[in-house]
Design a protein around this ligand. Structure first.
Ligand SMILES: CC/C=C\C=C\CC(=O)SCCNC(=O)CCNC(=O)[C@H](O)C(C)(C)COP(=O)(O)OP(=O)(O)OC[C@H]1O[C@@H](n2cnc3c(N)ncnc32)[C@H](O)[C@@H]1OP(=O)(O)O
Length: 319
């Protein structure tokens, strides 16, 4: 049925057919990386453009503008690898996530999914085997966005134009969301006949104050404009255009990058933990975390700087 829905949508979009792919290729795809001895940032991807605008800051741009940054099989593997690498890179302290071209993302690549399901479903006539296949596929896609959420460095998404379907799942995995005045958000899945499965239903209601509005957005699949998105707490700031947004996002990332990475990364892991646990479990977690981290040199440096009312933040070493 999912295949039927997607095939129907493809007909309406009239997107050209792409080569058939297999789930094995999805799981095993290797990103095209260039390793350089000098550069800290060695990542090179087909669907992502990686740059470093400032020291300690990495800019990850969804980079399939001709397809409105629709998420194809290569993307799912690359975003996973990219954010796992960022998470372990001691030089990176904040990440900016944007989309190239007309919009942030048109969501799941429908052509790709159509080909995937057509090729796989034609091999499997039994419902249990098809279900198993879809279970693995959804699990892989969930893992991709979990890598963004679990990335130890704060991820700021800067959204312009449309942010549709799995685009909303992706920004829900980010720490901070800014958008332009022309941005719109659409949890489109109910229009396609299924429930979102990559994080929107779990993360947005917990992260956004207006639960009534969240449900309205999800149940109706209607476009939510930038002003409304800010009103409900889905984004924290709205800017007149992308240039203004990027300049503020840079400042925000620089501010985060100037702080102690021990403190910032500790906050992220604790905020994520607390979202999924009770207050007392969260407090216990902090007790254990800080019984080690309070002994860090960053605490001494930070405290001295505050006591002396230093204008500039101290130099914090890589973590
Ligand atoms: C296992 C399940 C896991 C995840 C599930 C995720 C669910 C979702 O993400 S649901 C949302 C799916 N996305 C959509 O329904 C959006 C589809 N696109 C559109 O409705 C329109 O393209 C538009 C975003 C409203 C923009 O319209 P317009 O400005 O007229 O541009 P187009 O000419 O339609 O598009 C330009 C170009 O991009 C291709 N494209 C757009 N969206 C997708 C897409 N989602 N997948 C693949 N390709 C897409 C479109 O075909 C055009 O390509 P050409 O080569 O120029 O034809």
């Amino acid at each position: 049925m999912v295949a039927n829905v997607i095939c129907g949508l493809m007909g309406r979009l009239a997107v050209r057919r792409a080569p058939i792919l297999r789930i094995e290729s999805l799981a095993g795809a290797v990103p095209n990386r260039k390793f350089s001895e000098k550069a800290t940032y060695t990542m090179s991807y087909e669907t992502l453009d990686i740059t470093s605008p400032h020291k300690h800051i990495l800019h990850v741009q969804l980079n399939r503008p001709e397809k409105l940054n629709a998420m194809n099989k290569v993307f799912w593997r690359e975003i996973l690898d990219c954010f796992r690498e960022i998470s372990d890179d001691t030089d990176i302290r904040a990440v900016i996530l944007t989309g190239a071209g007309r919009m942030f993302s048109a969501g799941l690549d429908i052509q790709d999914m159509n080909d995937l399901l057509t090729s796989q479903f034609s091999k499997k006539s039994d419902v249990a085997r098809r279900a198993k296949y879809l279970q693995s596929l959804i699990g892989l896609y969930q893992e991709s966005f979990n890598a963004v959420e679990k990335c130890q460095k704060p991820v700021i998404s800067a959204i312009h134009g449309g942010c549709i379907g799995s685009g909303v799942d992706l920004i829900a995995a980010c720490d901070i969301r800014y958008c332009t005045q022309d941005a719109w958000f659409q949890v489109k899945e109910v229009d396609l006949g299924f429930a979102p499965d990559l994080g929107t239903l779990q993360k947005v209601p917990k992260g956004v104050g207006n639960n009534s509005m969240v449900r309205e957005m999800i149940y109706t699949a209607r476009k939510v404009e930038a002003g409304e998105a800010k009103g409900m707490g889905l984004v924290s700031r709205v800017f007149p255009n992308k240039e203004a947004m990027m300049s503020e996002v840079d400042r925000l990332a620089e501010s985060i990058a100037s702080k102690s990475p021990v403190a910032v990364q500790g906050c992220k892991v604790a905020l994520n933990y607390s979202r999924d646990h009770t207050v007392s479990e969260g407090l216990k977690f902090m007790q254990c975390w800080n019984m080690t981290m309070l002994q860090s040199e960053d605490v001494i440096k930070g405290s001295e700087a505050v006591a002396k009312r230093e204008k500039k933040p101290p130099h914090f070493s890589k973590l």
